[in-house]
Design a protein around this ligand. Structure first.
Ligand SMILES: Nc1ncnc2c1ncn2[C@@H]1O[C@H](COP(=O)(O)OP(=O)(O)OP(=O)(O)O)[C@@H](O)[C@H]1O
Length: 267
């Protein structure tokens, strides 16, 4: 059975361990921007974890540290037991739709990371993942001929075809219209359940997080730490009108100091 909740994995060693992570950037003049402090986080293999928090609190910074693109100022991030010293082909970033190469066709984009593999295997993987993300028939199309949602599917297919164990997703559906976002969320869950990847997904959209995640990591304002982690114990596909869904969503708004019924900040 697939991962069913953080408590079930309490005895397992986490795949990703963030230990007392701090990050500052040099600001203007001699100013220092303190972005993260005391961040601790465990993510287990096969888990789907969303990170939410106030705008500019450091969600992307944390994802980039875990992904090996930037270095923490203090603390340590370990993946699979080893300190992260840079990006790895086993752990892939899925960017917004403009991450695809415009000069390559859909199949060339999806096969981009597979050049070292035998041609037959490459073709099979490309074809399998193009079908999985619903782009069959568009293999020879260029990104300019596709909608935003379709380009995002190309991104996801490329990450899956490269056989990454972990997908890091930073607002991947941020540029899409509402209906396309809903469809992409449903498709991502279907793909995640089929592929058993570990997904760490940054979003500013709390509803999106509750629709997708096993657990939602709620960050505080900057300098940010983990305010609370909320386990979403709702069966999938999730009913967006169910009392459990609404109460989980409202709980996260509450942690963030938002009054969902009154609108805006409560303080
Ligand atoms: N390379 C950098 N140099 C200086 N400051 C940076 C750098 N990268 C990020 N910051 C600052 O760190 C803070 C956190 O940025 P980050 O993008 O991680 O936040 P976020 O929560 O992902 O934001 P958003 O919700 O707007 O996407 C911001 O104040 C940003 O200006």
């Amino acid at each position: 059975m697939k991962f069913a909740g953080a408590m079930d994995n309490a005895d397992l060693k986490p795949l990703i361990q963030v230990r007392d992570c701090w990050k500052s950037f040099p600001g203007k003049a001699s100013e220092t921007i303190h972005v993260l402090e005391h961040v601790n986080l465990d993510i287990h293999e096969g888990e789907f974890v969303c990170i939410v928090g106030p705008s500019g609190c450091g969600k992307s910074t944390l994802l980039n540290i875990i992904g090996g693109f930037i270095k923490e100022s203090r603390g340590q991030v370990r993946v699979d037991g080893s300190p992260v010293n840079g990006p790895s082909p086993k752990r892939i970033f899925v960017f917004q739709e403009n991450g695809v190469f415009p000069w390559l066709t859909v199949e060339e984009n999806v096969g981009f990371g597979l050049m070292s593999r035998p041609q037959k295997e490459r073709e099979e993987r490309v074809s399998h993942y193009i079908e999985m993300v619903g782009l069959k028939g568009f293999e020879k199309s260029y990104p300019r001929e596709l909608s935003g949602g379709m380009r995002q599917r190309v991104e996801i297919a490329r990450a899956l075809a490269a056989d990454a164990d972990v997908l890091y997703m930073d607002e991947p559906f941020g540029a899409l219209d509402f209906l396309t976002r809903l469809k992409m969320r449903a498709d991502l869950i279907r793909i995640w359940q089929a592929e058993k990847k570990t997904i760490l997904f940054v979003t500013h959209d709390i509803e999106e997080a509750v629709q997708l995640a096993d657990r939602v990591v709620v960050m505080s304002r900057r300098p940010a730490t983990v305010a609370e982690t909320v386990t979403v114990e709702l069966a999938r596909p999730r009913d967006l009108d169910a009392p459990g869904y609404l109460s989980t969503r409202d709980r996260i708004f509450d942690i963030m100091g938002m009054d969902v019924h009154g609108g805006g900040l409560s303080q």
